[in-house]
Design a protein around this ligand. Sequence first.
Ligand code: CA
Length: 373
Amino acid sequence: MSTPLKKNKTSRKKFIKNSSMAVAASLLISSCKEEQSNSGPNIISNKKFKWKMVTTWPPNFPILGECCNLFSQWVSEMSAGRLEIKVFGGGELVPPLEAFDAVSNGAVEMGHGASYYWAGLSPAFQFFATVPFGMNGQQFNAWIGNGGGYKMYKELYSKYNTVPFLGGNTGVQMGGWFNKEVNTIDDFKGLKMRMPGLGGKVLEKVGATAVLVPGSELYTSLERGVIDATEWIGPYHDYIMGFHKIAKYYYSPGWHEPGTGLEFFANKRSYENLPSDLQSIIKVAASKVNQWVFHAFETKNGEYLTKLKEENVDFRLFSEDILKNLKEKTNEVLAEVTSADPYSKKVYDAYQKFQAQVNSWADYSERVYYRSF
Ligand code: CA
């Protein structure tokens, strides 16, 4: 009879042996599959494709515009020039918020933006960008990439003749710039604040007025008192905008955008007309951008937080009570959105289920880890 130790050793050996056999078998299967799927005459074709990409960002905009240029460069390099994508900033070819329409109707082949901009077509789009008090960047990436989210993402976009690909994440955003202290939930009453999307609807429920001022007009609006407060992104982009020169308090966290997903979208027919290797190149380059953007935000926000501290910005945290109130109102907004639209309910049910699962893991990982320093 074997001792528990020996038994463990034996079962570990057995496990390792079985695992390596399984890996070898799956590698064999996947290489056969690859051979099959890559054996078409399509692949050898030297046919060249020239695409246009419209974006919702100003040309070469830090990180968000830069990542589109990188995408184009990587696709060109990987395809040895067989797929060239010319990038246009918002307004250069079509207005920023018409980027999705232009791709959907085939005027251009590709776009980059964030899905909450298309909420006018269907409220369900918003769940593929961000949800107040929703998942953070790494959780959202896990949902789309591994947790079944992509199936619904693709299904929704297919209704609009498009194919989506994740194309970046901002990480947790900041709560915004204010010219008066926000100590209780009542301090939101009568406040005129720039905030898009579901977060804006939540603000309305606590007595604020949510306005959607375009980025280009934000500085002047806040400086002239047209608005009392604004959210934008995080330390890097907010520093560039110069908000620290005209607002007193910089609040955290960005409860309304805990990890906004950015995206590429291709015209479905154009994408399906590409040889399969060029389709794979698009997928790989988008995935690389998704990672690059996330890492760029993390790096730059750390760097520019230091700069803002050097400018003596008054950093504040929303109180637990304020966040609890905003969360309750968020639940009301989400209940209204999902009861009015069955497809939004289907998507949000899946989102919520995944969020509950990863949050319970976070209770044993990130949440406790962050408490340790
Ligand atoms: Ca924002």
